[in-house]
Design a binder for this molecule. Structure first.
Ligand code: ADP
Ligand code: MG
Length: 263
């Protein structure tokens, strides 16, 4: 079984420390959700794992199937089986989705190996049928003038074609309309299975009504401060993040009191 292990990870942007000692293990087939208030480092975590050059990993490790990926460039990490769904995907005017995906699949092949056009289209169409995507869709230019929902559809199709071992999905904190949300959820639920692990990053509990996670983690100040099952997401929705903050403060006070007693 595949595994993605994040070990005591610290990430900085310039000299600003953002992720501060985050550990998490995701096994193949599992869906984990990370929730947390804005500015807590959720996007930084996913970009650092994907290998974005602006994010410096100052200590800790990320292992894919037991091997560190930190010495690999972003494209090598993708080839090793990581997929990052961007919060704000780029537009590529003039390049059709069919050609874009073909280039993406080609990039995964060994040097000198050529994609077989017939087999490629067969696979593309079978994935589109699976995801209930209209054939006309792939002749459009990538994200050019797309609605939020269409961008998500393009992203899910890309994920289906690349068949990653692990998908990191950073959902926009404010923007996803209900249509886009459903497309992401239906796509992930269709692709969900023993060969795919998913890390869903989301500010709102709403998405988790559609994609039921196996594990839920709360991120606060660059760390995971609480983990549980899907009921934790419901609790967060009911009580808000302030509840976690109060609990953290209470734990710190208790720890200080214990230390004082021991001293
Ligand atoms: P989240 O996704 O949880 O809302 P982010 O990872 O986007 O949080 O941001 C965490 C912190 O890092 C914030 O204080 C944010 O202002 C800062 N930050 C994010 N990206 C950059 C960047 N490119 N340059 C400088 N600071 C950044
Ligand atoms: Mg974010």
């Amino acid at each position: 079984m595949s595994s993605l292990v994040i070990k005591d990870l610290h990430v900085a942007i310039g000299d600003k420390k953002i992720v501060q000692g985050l550990s998490l293990t995701i096994n193949g087939g599992e869906v984990h959700a990370i929730m947390g208030p804005n500015g807590t480092g959720k996007s930084t975590l996913s970009k650092a794992i994907a290998g974005h050059p602006d994010y410096t990993i100052t200590s800790g490790d990320v292992l894919l199937d037991g091997r560190s990926i930190l010495d690999r460039e972003a494209d090598e990490r993708a080839r090793a089986g990581l997929f990052l769904a961007f919060q704000y995907p780029s537009e590529i005017p003039g390049v059709s989705i069919a050609n874009f995906l073909r280039a993406a699949v080609q990039a995964r092949l060994a040097e000198g190996e050529e994609i077989d056009a017939t087999a490629y289209y067969k696979r593309l169409y079978s994935k589109m049928d699976l995801l209930k995507i209209d054939r006309k869709f792939t002749s459009r230019a990538v994200n050019d003038g797309f609605s939020g929902g269409e961008k998500k559809r393009c992203e899910i199709l890309q994920m289906a074609m690349l068949e990653p071992k692990f998908a990191l999905m950073d959902e926009t904190d404010s923007g996803l309309d209900i249509d886009a949300l459903r497309i992401v959820a239906d796509g992930v639920n269709t692709l969900r299975g023993p060969n795919l692990g998913v890390l869903m990053i989301t500010h709102y509990q709403r998405l988790l009504n559609y994609i039921v996670p196996d594990h839920v983690h709360v991120m606060w100040d660059g760390r995971i401060v609480k983990s549980g099952d899907k009921s934790l997401a419901l609790e967060l929705e009911a009580k808000g993040y302030d509840w976690v903050k109060k609990e953290l403060a209470a734990t710190a006070t208790a720890a200080a009191a214990t230390a004082a007693t021991v001293a």
